[in-house]
Design a protein around this ligand. Structure first.
Ligand code: ADP
Ligand code: MG
Length: 475
């Protein structure tokens, strides 16, 4: 058999943040109690009409811009008609003819290499209600009905489970950086359909694709792809590739396998048509420009900046850009002219260690960049040792005080050359025989002198300066 390559395309759904739903005034927020965040429209009561939520359109356009897509001149929606109990209207309002973004392209990082990803389109639509099935009944919760969803469809451009998951991870961060979704898979905010096929290495046509519907964790996406590639490869090896059918399967966590749901041949005809209750309207150039101005620098750009312009390692830069809040904190430090490496060291070790241990976010931390600067300044001046700085770090946070409140004469490091010279002179005057020994070649006695200075100053002598003065005096 010829060498095979896997081909994967993703359809990623992401719930957007907003005060109200995409076409109604009900709250868009998670609720434990079913059927509390609903407006008559979400239940398709007669006479109700959709009103477009401008913020959702704006956020959809934001993503369209970030993904380097083409934006349409006009905004309008389509009806996708089908019946299911979680869809009381009998249709979903979505975008088919005129999505908010088409023909996009971005680069993502996979194993420290950049690879291109081609975006077919992104479109804004509404979520359905959710169903809970029991032994002999099913419950419907309309809280999810009408929550804004952004569906992103890639070209079949991935060739491994790792690449596909790297893309999802990349997008999760983009959503978070742009502040348009928490993109939390645990809250069901991201759901994916995964399309998988295999083909001969030198083939010019793609193989038959299998669609795996509604995978709701990145681990699931990874495992489903690996499983499906193997299943198709095995059939091909056995000369049974004709059994790979264009079909819809689902990922079953329990058996860690994909299970056939239905053939694509009996796919439903959705009888799309333009949604008549939402007038089309022009997307102005000015609006697009205004939205561009609201897009922050994204994680990859920041990471490359930290490596290339601030000399950080790729490892540290990656830690700093993992969360926008942390990256923003670091950039505030840079704006205060804290040395990039010191700031990075403090953040990646002490600060992250502290906030992780105490389940805080960096914005909750009393030690803001300004206070971190005070601390690093004292350290650089030599008025405190590294050990003391770490203690003061904790005291500032826990007692909610300023760094200067913990810098006093008692614990300050002795870095004054004259003061230290005086102490050293005294010690040397009392250790004449040791000086003789030292001068006769017992140079390891040097540490004895350092020890005496430390003893005398109760550990507060600046060690570097102490050694400097001693070396000079013992010449
Ligand atoms: P459909 O008509 O079934 O919706 P599309 O061509 O619109 O199929 O593609 C849907 C998704 O399937 C896209 O993400 C696309 O990248 C992916 N896809 C299309 N063809 C293949 C293939 N041969 N192998 C893997 N993925 C594919
Ligand atoms: Mg869709």
């Amino acid at each position: 058999m010829k060498k095979q390559i896997a081909v994967i395309g993703l359809e990623m759904h992401c719930e957007l943040k907003s005060n109200s739903k995409v076409f109604s005034s009900a709250r868009n927020s998670y609720s434990e109690i079913p059927n509390t965040n609903i407006a008559p429209l979400d239940m398709a009561f007669p006479g109700t009409l959709p009103v477009v939520n401008k913020k959702c359109v704006e956020d959809a356009l934001k993503m369209s811009i970030v993904l380097n897509c083409k934006q349409p001149e006009y905004m309008f929606f389509d009806r996708k008609n089908y019946y299911y109990p979680d869809l009381p209207k009998g249709y979903q309002i979505t975008q088919m003819t005129n999505p908010v973004g088409t023909c996009g392209k971005i680069e993502i990082e996979v194993n420290d290499q950049l690879i291109p990803v081609h975006i077919h389109d992104i479109h804004l639509e509404e979520d359905s209600a959710s169903l809970d099935h029991f032994f002999d009944t099913s419950n419907i919760d309309y809280n999810r009905s009408g929550i804004p969803l952004l569906e992103l469809v890639t070209e079949p451009c991935f060739h491994s489970a790792n690449e596909a998951v790297a893309f999802l991870e990349h997008m999760r961060r983009v959503y978070q950086y742009c502040d348009i979704s928490e993109a939390d898979t645990k809250k069901g905010q991201i759901r994916c359909d995964v399309n998988v096929s295999i083909m001969d290495e030198d083939a010019t046509e793609l193989g038959t694709k299998v669609e795996i519907k509604n995978v709701n964790s990145f681990g699931g996406v990874h495992d489903a792809i690996v499983y499906e590639i193997e299943r198709q490869m095995k059939l091909k090896e056995e000369g049974r590739y004709n059994e790979v059918e264009q079909e819809t399967r689902r990922w079953d966590e329990e058996t860690a396998s994909t299970i056939r749901m239905r053939s694509k041949v009996d796919a439903i005809d959705y009888k799309y048509f333009v949604e008549p209750n939402i007038p089309k309207y022009k997307i102005s150039k000015e609006w697009i420009e205004e939205i561009k101005g609201k897009i922050p620098r994204l994680h990859l750009e920041r990471k490359q900046d930290y490596i290339n312009n601030y000399g950080l390692s790729s490892y540290d830069a990656e830690i700093l850009v993992k969360d926008k809040e942390i990256s923003d904190y670091f950039e505030e430090c840079l704006a205060l002219e804290i040395d990039a490496k010191s700031a990075s060291n403090w953040i990646t070790t002490q600060i992250l260690g502290y906030i992780n241990k105490n389940s805080l976010t960096i914005n909750d931390l009393y030690l803001n960049p300004k206070r971190l600067k005070d601390l690093i300044d004292e350290l650089n001046k030599g008025s405190i040792s590294t050990k003391q700085a770490k203690e003061i770090f904790l005291k500032v946070i826990e007692e909610k005080k300023e760094v200067k409140d913990f810098i006093n004469k008692d614990n300050a490091q002795i870095s004054n050359k004259d003061e230290l010279t005086k102490i050293i002179d005294e010690i040397l005057a009392n250790n004449q025989s040791q000086i003789e020994e030292y001068k006769n070649g017992r140079t390891n006695i040097f540490d004895y002198f350092v020890g005496q200075v430390m003893k005398q100053t109760r550990g507060k002598a600046n060690p570097v300066l102490t050694k400097e003065i001693l070396t000079e005096k013992l010449k």
